[in-house]
Design a protein around this ligand. Structure first.
Ligand code: NDP
Length: 301
């Protein structure tokens, strides 16, 4: 298959590349071809922009993961604009080019996040759950709407609503580990808010699954079937490290430190991957304990 990948230099994209490369011909759209060569290898086809392509007819599939990191900086008005536009603009461009062709890619797999649903308390969330309007919903709903515009009788669109991705090469876990290793880890706020997570290997596998299964389209919750509360997550992580987990971080401290972005950690969603399971997708890491054990055994951690 000939695949166009955006976000290929990122945490998920680089892991995905190591699975795609042996079997497919992949071009990576990146703001920096040098980053592509350094991270992924000098033989990779790096595209600095889509401007020189009249359409995307040469590709069989598009995987769209690019976007300004959500949790790296405080959500100032300008950072919120960057978070939105980095995703919306690239998705718009992809759709324009797909529409310009006469033999468009057969499938578009486009990123989204469980933030699509906004805060949901302990309600079990499936793909049809009514979202709560807030910033994370605004980012994801427009991102998904734009991606969905690529759909025609020739092109199916799968939108993956990712939970917190657990892996040794990046993401939230790598940021949390130092405090846990110092014995300073613990629940955040009440600890009762749900966290929907997924092991990175399952993210890669579900993208490959959606690429191959021609009957799949629409929104898919990309989370393990065992969402946990923040307190359960903290206890399981600390347990796996042989460390205590009593250092509770009060909600007001989080708000003071991170402003509105603190909502990412203080509120959550209890998401179930209903449509993936109905489609027959098998999770290799269905429980948090198994996912953490595998991740923490990685030599680089
Ligand atoms: P990363 O932050 O690791 O990588 C995303 C890629 O997007 C980067 O490699 C970069 O590629 C590109 N990018 C970054 N900033 C911008 C920008 N301002 N404008 C255009 N492109 C940009 O993301 P992940 O791999 O962790 O996640 C992939 C997608 O999945 C993201 O969109 C993320 O929001 C979503 N997601 C991830 C979750 C997680 O836990 N990791 C959870 C939920 C959703 P380059 O520099 O080559 O252009």
């Amino acid at each position: 298959m000939k695949i166009l990948l955006t976000g290929g230099t990122g945490f998920i994209g680089s892991r995905l590349m190591s699975h795609l490369r042996p079997h497919h011909q992949v071009s990576v759209l990146s703001r920096s071809p040098n980053k592509v060569y350094q991270r992924l290898g000098h033989d990779i086809d790096a595209l600095p922009s889509l401007d020189d392509l009249p359409d995307l007819d040469q590709f069989d599939a598009v995987i769209n993961l690019a976007g300004e990191p959500i949790a790296d900086k405080r959500w100032s008005p300008s950072q919120k604009t960057r978070i939105c536009h980095s995703r919306w603009r690239i998705t718009e461009q992809l759709v324009e080019k797909i529409k310009a062709g006469s033999n468009p890619p057969a499938v578009v797999i486009s990123g989204s996040a469980v933030g699509f649903y906004g805060r949901q308390g302990d309600t079990l969330v499936d793909e049809d759950t009514h979202p709560h309007p807030e910033f994370s919903h605004e980012v994801c709903s427009r991102w998904e709407e734009l991606a969905q515009q690529a759909e025609t009788e020739h092109t199916r669109v799968c939108r993956i609503r990712l939970g917190v991705v657990l892996g040794a090469e990046g993401g939230a876990l790598v940021k949390m580990l130092p405090s846990y290793r110092f014995g300073l880890g613990g629940p955040i706020g009440s600890g009762k808010q749900y966290m929907s997570w997924i092991h990175i290997e399952d993210v890669v596998n579900l993208i490959l699954f959606l690429l191959e299964h021609e009957e799949c389209n629409g929104a898919y919750n990309a989370t393990a079937p065992e969402p946990v509360t923040n307190a359960q997550f903290s206890k399981t992580l600390a347990g796996n490290l042989g460390k205590p987990h009593f250092a509770r971080v009060p909600a007001w401290t989080m708000k003071l430190l991170f402003g509105e972005m603190a909502d990412l950690l203080l509120t959550g969603q209890r998401v179930m991957p209903v449509r993936l399971q109905q489609a027959g997708f098998h999770f290799r890491y269905p429980t948090l304990d198994k996912a953490l054990k595998e991740t923490l055994s990685a030599p680089r951690l």
